[in-house]
Write a protein that binds this ligand. Structure first.
Ligand code: UP5
Ligand code: MG
Length: 196
């Protein structure tokens, strides 16, 4: 896709930081399409006839990163659909890229990102949020064993992606500790400047 026409914002942060919650608000106020890589993978996992169903199920439960070919194909397809059906060209890509090779591949073969929004949050806060959500989320990875694995993968593999984007001066960091509304006010300041 051409970067003149298509705007991609990567929304990153640890498990349970609040990426999905903030994207939900942003998409209404700024005319972005919200694409959660995790949601797309969960949908694909449940799609009848998917050849990746078992693979995705295993990776998500273990907190591991699904091979990028699968995730990039799902993101690209969702973006294409939004453009063709709804004439929408602005995307919040939530929870992706989580590994350096994914970042490079996406920016080379799909489109370069305009901004990386990083939601910073201490592990203890994320842990409490995820355990609480796990009481009724039905997510197979909202349990203490999976959460610990997700934290480790975030630290070892995904955080370096944010550091790499920082070197390109693409990252805006927002603390996600305060209540949802207060976090969102900070995010709005950034979006008002960049996307009117
Ligand atoms: N909450 C949110 N903000 C709050 C606030 N400010 N104050 C108080 N409470 C707040 O929020 C989590 C919970 O906290 C909710 O209950 C919310 O109400 C509350 P949410 O907005 O859902 O946080 P989010 O950051 O989206 O957390 P999520 O669990 O979705 O993050 P993950 O990054 O862990 O999950 P994701 O769905 O992106 O990925 C899941 C798995 O898919 C990965 O572990 C991996 O196995 C796989 N995956 C890949 O392999 N590749 C990818 O590219 C993407 C995913
Ligand atoms: Mg999410």
């Amino acid at each position: 896709f051409s970067a003149d026409k298509v705007t991609v914002v990567f929304v990153l942060g640890g498990p349970g930081a609040g990426k999905g919650t903030q994207c939900d608000r942003l998409k209404n106020d700024y005319d972005f399409v919200h694409l959660s890589a995790g949601d797309l993978l969960r949908e694909e996992q449940n799609r009848e006839g998917s050849k990746y169903g078992d693979l995705i199920k295993h990776y998500i439960k273990e907190g591991l990163i699904v091979p990028m070919e699968v995730t990039i194909a799902l993101l690209e397809q969702a973006m294409r659909e939004s453009m063709e059906k709804d004439n929408k060209y602005r995307f919040l890509v939530d929870g992706f890229p989580r590994k350096m090779d994914q970042a490079i591949k996406f920016e080379e073969s799909v489109v370069s990102s305009k901004l990386v929004l990083y939601f910073e949050c201490p592990e203890q806060v994320m842990l409490e949020r995820l355990l609480k959500r796990g009481e009724n989320s039905g997510r197979t990875d909202d349990n203490i064993e999976s959460i610990k694995k997700r934290f480790r993968v975030f630290k070892d593999t995904s955080f370096p992606v944010i550091e790499a984007f920082e070197k390109e001066n693409k990252v805006k960091t927002v603390s996600c500790v305060k209540p949802v509304d207060e976090v969102y006010q900070e995010v709005r300041v950034i979006f008002d400047k960049m996307f009117e």
